[in-house]
Ligand binder design. Structure first.
Ligand code: NAP
Length: 288
């Protein structure tokens, strides 16, 4: 590829719209068959404005798709035990089909313990150990939404993964680690990089597929992208900046996700799709 060529964009916005339409159709079918609409419970601890905005966006998208939401705001001083009680109550409430605990919950909360109070069949955000293990063993269950969205994008753009070298930069439990496991399940050869990785540039240069999931603006430089590689930028930093230096990567990659409008919209779309699926499972509606 010459320096003047530019990559094709992987548009998350339009694909996410289609996934949301499918979720809406499934929600309507569930309501028709059972008289009950799918319901997502959203739990927010404290008043962090960014977290409140994320939850508001998710609930607005639910409403548009015919998915009800029940919003629970707990005071910032809520203890881990109190949060676990709330999540356990929602887990056993038959009117709730999916549960989303907005995180981070604050430094005083043991988030892992809280996530584990979510019943696996309602873990539509894919945050429990059960969901991670099921995904890793290719068993039925819900995937973490952002990695799930990344895989849907790669599939939609016919990206061949078998035998390709995928480099995932970032190893968080909700993003980097599950993204690598999903790529492995598609027979990619996966390398994880993280804050202690020596010579990140050298490893990224070998990648056929790069997944950036760090939270450091423009950490991945265009000159390190192998010509013709596929670049998925999950990073979202202040000023709508990703983890990849977009302008320079554009001249080297074959396919690249824009920021915003790439991975971002896919996350909510997968959340809605998984909520509709959870409701169908729990209400005994046959799925096509
Ligand atoms: P996180 O929990 O902070 O994890 C960041 C990861 O990046 C860690 O594994 C860390 O390594 C690694 N890292 C940090 N500095 C590095 C460096 N210099 N070189 C290589 N690796 C480095 O973040 P996260 O929740 O996974 O989110 C990552 C990014 O994705 C953020 O920008 C976030 O906003 C975005 N995000 C987007 C969506 C979406 O819907 N689009 C959803 C979730 C997250 P260690 O493990 O060694 O610390």
């Amino acid at each position: 590829m010459s320096a003047t060529q530019t990559a094709q964009l992987m548009h998350g916005t339009s694909l996410a719209e289609r996934i949301v339409e499918e979720a809406a159709a499934k929600a309507a079918e569930i309501s028709r068959h059972t008289g009950t609409s799918p319901c997502l419970a959203t739990v927010l601890v404290g008043e962090d404005p960014a977290s409140a905005t994320y939850v508001r966006m998710k609930r607005a998208r639910c409403a548009k798709a015919g998915i009800k939401s029940r919003h629970i705001v707990l005071p910032g001083a809520t203890t881990t035990a109190e949060l676990i009680d709330t999540l356990a109550d929602l887990s056993s409430d038959p009117d709730v089909h999916g549960i989303l605990l907005q995180h981070p919950c604050g430094p005083h909360i043991d988030e892992r313990a809280a996530f584990e109070a979510i019943a696996p069949e309602k873990d539509v955000d894919g945050v429990t150990m059960h969901s991670f293990a099921a995904m890793s063993f290719a068993l039925p269950g819900f995937v973490s939404c952002t990695p799930g969205g990344i895989m849907r994008l790669l599939e939609a753009y016919d990206v061949e993964l078998a035998g390709k070298h995928a480099v995932v930069v970032g190893r968080s439990a909700i993003l980097g680690k599950p993204a690598g496991m999903l790529l492995l399940a598609k027979d990619a050869t996966v390398t994880y990089c993280h804050s202690r990785t020596a010579d990140l540039s050298a490893i990224v240069r070998e990648a056929d597929v790069v997944v950036a999931a760090v939270g450091r603006p423009r950490l991945i430089r265009g000159e390190d992208i192998k010509p013709g590689a596929v670049v998925v930028d999950a990073g979202y930093n202040p000023g709508n900046v990703g983890d990849v230096d977009y302008d320079t990567a554009l001249t080297r990659a074959r396919l690249i996700t824009p920021v915003p409008g790439g991975v971002g919209p896919m996350t909510i779309a997968v959340l809605l799709a998984q909520t509709a699926e959870a409701a169908a499972n729990q209400l005994g509606v046959q799925q096509r």
